[in-house]
Design a protein around this ligand. Structure first.
Ligand code: DQA
Length: 137
């Protein structure tokens, strides 16, 4: 099984960015942990700070993988274009968030991605990604 993780803006700064909310681990280090944890799953990941690049990545990866785990970061709350790209897909998409978006500012409580996702996992720190991968197995 192939699962592709797509991370949106500012998630390249994990480990440095607001560590009290997002933790002290970089995604690169956490990705190694995920590979160790899910030895039977072929994992890959892509990160971009650019909306259009994320959309192209969704289009391009959709034919090569069995599922997508996406943390669209702030674009979750703003991007109809990303939501539309996900709507096209025939493979399942699980939306993840490191923080609990429902326990934060009002503007984080709405997701344009969620209606087109199989499910949403939010608030378990980086472990949200592991729970999302687990949901595909
Ligand atoms: C986030 C939550 C978003 O509101 C925020 O803009 C992010 C990260 C999370 O993983 O908790 O960049 O998606």
């Amino acid at each position: 099984m192939k699962i592709h993780i797509i991370n949106g803006p500012n998630l390249n700064m994990l480990g440095v960015r607001e560590p009290e909310i997002y933790g002290k681990t970089s995604f690169k280090d956490y990705f190694s942990e995920l590979q160790f944890q899910f030895k039977d799953v072929e994992l890959s990941y892509f990160q971009s700070n650019i909306e259009g690049e994320l959309i192209s990545e969704i289009h391009e990866s959709s034919t090569n993988v069995d599922g997508i785990v996406i943390n669209a970061a702030a674009y979750t709350h703003t991007s109809i274009a990303l939501a539309d790209a996900i709507k096209i897909l025939e493979i399942p998409v699980v939306e993840v968030h490191i923080s609990n978006i429902y326990a934060r500012e009002e503007y984080r409580k709405h997701s344009f991605i969620a209606p087109n996702a199989l499910g949403v996992i939010s608030g378990f720190g980086l472990q949200s990604y592991a729970l999302a991968i687990q949901s595909f197995i």
